[in-house]
Design a protein around this ligand. Structure first.
Ligand SMILES: NC(=O)c1ccc[n+]([C@@H]2O[C@H](COP(=O)([O-])OP(=O)(O)OC[C@H]3O[C@@H](n4cnc5c(N)ncnc54)[C@H](OP(=O)(O)O)[C@@H]3O)[C@@H](O)[C@H]2O)c1
Length: 287
């Protein structure tokens, strides 16, 4: 029997890059894979490729726009109608925008897609996840979270939206810091339930994440000095956290290259974590 036979894995943003490679990796291990994508055409193309390459027919496509809270609610409802179990949730979808944009709900786009969406989706699916123990929640963060501070007076980056080629957009780093703090707080809240929660940085991976091309000299320098992984290499830690017996019961940790790394100091503050949780409940309308 294949390693992940009978396990239902939901992966957001799985039509492209790291998410697609994660879906393929888990499909090859025999998992039932639910691909949560925003565009049907791109989703179907990836689904067919994954079915063909893995020889696994248990691959499903469901549509969600993670920048819309309405769409997330609808998606969670539809998911529960279709599946009674969820063993692995991978919050993988993400954006990294050089310029400020707002969602239909009026939130800053990086913050909404990279943080608020995983917060809302995870909470909406938590009862199903708890009924599927042992279960795992995996949040695809970034080591760039260390460049951020959580300014609660400007979570939506209205006052300041800075971007640099070294550290990326402040708002991106902030969204990943929030996601990392959420991971640790949720792990604490779920301690002893059989649901583990971890996050990871995939490394620098050549994907579609950055839509605007940096100027030529920056591209040349980064190609020379920064090793860029393939999507398959970038997906290794997600697949490891989703399937390996080595991390059975391991929770509240940050992983890079399949290894646990020390938490960043800013993520330790309990009051910040609880305050962020309260604000996120308010922003998503969760009780
Ligand atoms: N690449 C890196 O170097 C790197 C480094 C650190 C962390 N990460 C993280 O890795 C994760 C995967 O990114 P990637 O590098 O694989 O980039 P990617 O190829 O652009 O994949 C991102 C995925 O997220 C989806 N997505 C974006 N906005 C969405 C929305 N509103 N609703 C639903 N889906 C949405 C995209 O869908 P579309 O195809 O329809 O746009 C795509 O499937 C992200 O969380 C990213 O922050 C990447």
């Amino acid at each position: 029997m294949s390693e992940m036979e009978g396990k239902i894995c939901l992966i957001t943003g799985s039509n492209s890059g790291i998410g697609k490679a994660t879906a393929l990796g888990l499909a090859k291990k025999g998992a039932t894979v639910v691909m949560a994508c925003r565009n049907r055409e791109r989703g179907e193309k990836a689904l067919n490729e994954i079915k063909r390459k893995s020889g696994n027919d248990k691959i499903f496509l469901m549509i969600v726009d993670l920048s819309s809270q309405n769409s997330i609610h609808q998606f969670a409802k539809n998911f529960k109608k279709k599946f009674s179990r969820l063993h692995v949730l991978i919050n993988n979808a993400g954006v990294h925008l050089f310029k400020r944009e707002e969602t239909v709900d009026g939130f800053e786009m990086n913050f909404a897609v990279n943080y608020l969406a995983p917060f809302l989706l995870t909470n909406l699916l938590l009862d199903t996840i708890k009924e599927s123990t042992p279960a795992r929640i995996i949040n695809v963060s970034s080591r760039y979270h260390i460049y951020a501070t959580l300014d609660f007076d400007d979570l939506q980056s209205k006052k300041s939206y800075r971007f640099s080629y070294r550290t990326g957009a402040d708002a991106y780093c902030k969204s990943k810091l929030a996601l990392t703090i959420f991971t640790y707080e949720l792990a604490k809240r779920l301690d002893g339930t059989g649901v583990t929660v971890n996050c990871l940085c995939p490394g620098v991976v050549r994907t579609n994440l950055i839509k605007e091309k940096p100027p030529l000299p920056i591209r040349v320098l980064s190609n020379l000095f920064i090793h860029q992984k393939t999507s398959e290499e970038g997906a290794e830690t997600s697949i490891y956290l989703a399937s390996s017996p080595d991390v059975e019961g391991v929770t509240g940790k940050f992983f890079i290259d399949k290894k646990e790394v020390p938490r960043y100091q800013k993520c330790y503050d309990k009051r910040v974590a609880q305050h962020l949780w309260k604000i996120s409940e308010k922003l998503t309308g969760l009780k």
